[in-house]
Design a protein around this ligand. Structure first.
Ligand code: 5GP
Length: 174
């Protein structure tokens, strides 16, 4: 699968630096909380694995899989749970780790779903944010980078299910 015309938006070096800083910020905030780190599959798996390996405090890890896009590059507005959490979250601090927040539909859906289960609190860490396209306002404490309204690929984010393992972020010209 050939990538369409694109340019590098965030270098590998900048990502490593920023993720280290985020891990430190999260550690400062959560060191006494023993949070459940919830990784939203598939896109957040690389961000989450780099992040948690820098955590120097107790935590557990769980995964949730949600679909909102299919293979298209625009939202369908549909969110569906493909794999739910294995762990109960009642009374626990949850750190929700997501690859990118675009309209906010997906995070909003997860936030509402988790809230019903009565956790102690939910914090959100996203690697990328497209502020210009936000429709749902969710409190996000930890954001890696703001990006322009391009379709972005790499560091876990796919282009038609490929290129997730690129160590940098590219923006595709549309
Ligand atoms: P939202 O629900 O906030 O509109 O979109 C969030 C989800 O859409 C992300 O978890 C991600 O899977 C997908 N997404 C949104 N923008 C992009 C993008 O630029 N590139 C890729 N690969 N996925 C995106």
């Amino acid at each position: 699968m050939e990538l369409p015309h694109h340019k590098i938006l965030i270098s590998k070096e900048k990502i490593i630096q920023r993720v280290a800083q985020l891990a430190k910020d999260i550690s400062d905030e959560m060191k006494d909380e023993n949070p459940l780190v919830v990784v939203v599959l598939k896109g957040a798996f690389i961000f989450a694995s780099d992040l948690v390996r820098r955590f120097d405090f107790p935590h557990q890890i769980d995964f949730i899989s949600i679909s909102s896009y299919g293979n298209a590059t625009k939202t369908t507005g549909v969110a569906k749970i493909l794999k739910d959490l294995d762990e109960p979250i009642k009374g626990r601090t949850v750190l929700l780790v997501e690859d990118i927040v675009d309209t906010g539909l997906t995070l909003n859906y997860l936030y509402q779903l988790f809230n019903i289960r009565k956790p102690k609190k939910i914090e959100v860490a996203v690697f990328l944010s497209k502020m210009a396209r936000r429709e749902y306002q969710i409190p996000i404490k930890f954001i890696g980078f703001e990006v322009p309204d391009n379709f972005v690929v790499g560091y876990g984010l796919d282009y038609k299910q490929q290129y997730r393992s690129l160590p940098y972020i590219i923006g595709i010209d549309e």
